[in-house]
Design a protein around this ligand. Structure first.
Ligand SMILES: Cc1ncc(COP(=O)(O)O)c(C=O)c1O
Length: 421
């Protein structure tokens, strides 16, 4: 007998979905309203917001808003229609690509409608079944899903562990030799949950010993790291060693869209082989013109990145001084690790929002190991020192309640532990 396909779905909503009845609208799918920035409204109350990746504060920059409005008035949402290859190509797309390539020090760039799909297609286009992929086990879902399309062999290495990387590179080398294929290594410039930079310098150094090409997802590094803001490769002095550089516009650029940058011949190949772009409508002009303005501001206002880092230093320094564990972040992404159950985390975040007016995202099992609560704090250039100081003292207060069992008591009385069911 064939089962109804939906039977499983009705019975099992998945590791996160099982919490929906207790979490939706508050912990997941919350509605943040008002002008984007450090002060937004949540359920009718103003909160201090630490959960958006508008690192440089460009989302509400007056020149950005003006450029977006002018492009919308001139072009509407539709222009250009069709895929780039067919009828969706313009001088402005080319201009943006030229400027992005120059900014990240590569010969050429190509626009992607979304980072996620773009990365999936980039991986898909770069390898054939004879090639071997080696990638960091903690990679973003867009990398994992791109690798899932690969018909050949793949190896993961332990997160940011160069010994494990080299061991897997050796296995990949043997396999690639047997199959007459090549090797694609994929990692991130910045790991967005824990805030560590990918060990790009060490990986690139191994190019001396092994033959591979390197693809880097620098979603969180672009605009925040490096002298000019060109990202983790610039920060680590090895931008040339990155063969295909990728970033999204969804963070520092405060928009939608993404791009890849590489040598001209690689971009020429990808233009004709990236299925996410060949079979999808071109990035609309509002986003293209908007990205040109954002890039212009990002390049011409280094003060925005400086302010971001002043905030990062005060926040991370303050957390360390107060004995908080922030792991080994060396970027703006600021994780605060606490110990507790998922129900305790829910009560704690409720307290943080309702009584301290602080809104941030929590990450719990199954995204991270059981028993760990990760408060993910994303500082931006728009936050003030006062915002940081208020947040630091609030964190001290909630940590005390977590440790003395207050949250456990409230959780036991009010929440059903879905894990125990
Ligand atoms: C590391 C990383 N890569 C890729 C993406 C996907 O980019 P997009 O939002 O443009 O699809 C994200 C999230 O935005 C990300 O954090």
């Amino acid at each position: 007998m064939v089962k109804d396909l939906f039977e499983r779905i009705q019975d099992n909503k998945g590791p996160l979905g099982k919490w929906a009845s207790q979490a939706e609208g508050y912990f997941v799918f919350p509605k943040l309203e008002g002008k984007l920035g450090p002060r937004m409204n949540f359920q009718g109350k103003e909160v201090l917001n630490w959960s958006i990746n508008d690192y440089l504060g460009l989302a509400t920059h007056p020149e950005v808003l003006k450029a977006d409005a002018e492009a919308a008035a001139e072009f509407g949402a539709a222009y250009p229609m069709g895929a780039r290859m067919m009828s969706g190509h313009t001088d402005w797309h080319e201009q943006l690509e030229k400027e992005l390539a120059a900014f990240v020090n590569k010969e050429a760039a190509y626009l992607l409608n979304f980072g996620y799909q773009g990365m999936v297609s980039t991986i898909d286009a770069l390898v054939t079944k004879n090639d071997v992929i080696v990638y960091d086990v903690d990679s973003h879902a867009c990398i994992i899903d791109g690798v899932r399309l690969h018909m050949g062999k793949r190896f993961t290495y332990k997160h940011n562990d160069i010994e494990s990387f080299e061991k897997n590179l050796q296995r990949a080398t043997k396999m690639a030799e047997e199959q007459n294929g090549g090797i694609l290594v994929i990692t991130e410039g910045v790991f967005g949950m824990r805030g560590q930079q990918g060990k790009l310098k060490e990986i690139v150094a191994l190019k001396e010993k092994y033959n591979f090409r390197l693809l880097v997802d620098d979603a969180h590094g672009f605009g925040t790291l490096g002298k000019t803001g060109a990202g983790a490769g610039e920060e680590q002095g090895i931008q040339d060693g990155i063969d295909v550089y990728f970033s999204t516009f969804a963070k520092s650029m405060a928009s939608i869209g993404a791009f890849i940058a590489a040598d001209q011949d690689i971009i020429d190949y990808l233009k004709y082989n990236l299925r996410s772009q060949m079979f999808a409508k071109s990035l609309p002009m509002i986003l293209v013109k908007g990205a040109l303005k954002r890039l212009d501001l990002l390049r011409s206002n280094p003060g925005l990145k400086d302010k971001l880092w002043e905030n990062v230093d005060r926040l991370q320094g303050g957390l360390k001084e107060r004995g908080f564990n922030i792991g080994d972040t060396n970027t703006c992404v600021t994780p605060v690790y606490l110990e507790g159950s998922v129900p305790e985390a829910m009560i704690m975040v409720n307290d943080l929002r309702e009584n301290y007016g602080i809104f941030l995202s929590i990450v719990v099992y199954p995204v991270i190991p059981k028993g760990i609560i990760l408060l993910r704090v994303i500082p931006t250039a728009s936050h003030t020192f006062e915002d940081i100081d208020v947040t630091l003292s609030s964190f001290e207060a909630i940590r005390a309640k977590l440790v003395d069992g207050t949250y456990k008591k409230v959780a036991d009385a009010n929440l059903v532990d879905m894990d125990a069911k």
